[in-house]
Design a protein. Sequence first.
Length: 242
Amino acid sequence: MFDFSALPLTPDNARAARNYLGFSQAKAAEESGLPSHKIKRFEAGNYIPDEAFLNDLRGFFEARGYQFQDTQKPGAKAKGSGQVFPAGVVGETAENQGVPRVSSPQRASFHHMRIAITDEAAMGRILDLIDENEEKAQELLSQPVESGLFGGLTDTCQGRHGEALALLAENGRLFGMLFGRKVGGDPRPGLLDGSERPATHADLMHKRQADASRFALAGAADAKARKKSRKTPETLFAAIFG
């Protein structure tokens, strides 16, 4: 377990400040110019970034009006008194404005997971893909169900639902990659470039997720652009098999 107490900013402080300002992690990264994957990992409590990053992130929140506790170690007073809330560390209202009050203070517990990937660029690409897939899946899942002439679902409706499920499945494999797990094994180069026919269901999965793999593993810009421009499939078959 990491000790954040001596840092200029703790994960609790960062999350509370961001929530108070109404920023998503992506928005905070965009506005601050700081790497989004560092913000995500730091808030998750499984990563300690460099001090310059923490000072910049703290300064970003302060410049936008958030008031941290005026202590040498931000949040130390609240932690010591047990005033730790799921949304972040808080003290008295005058000390830390904007964090919603709750009726029963409680100590928060953190469960840390060790990320296996040491290449920060690859890690950032994977996290970005996970976010983009989740946003696209959420957009598809919010669409109304369309019934066909005889009461079943239309081909378009099935394709839309299949694409949402395919994106969430892709996220599951990408998430596993962060922790060193390789569901279905490593994709063969021939599956990624389309020169080899799939022989197993794992191969079918790798074929469907080829662009995600090429971008996540090697940063291939053409694969990222192709994935982003992919149109919603018109049938369930097309959604599953790409």
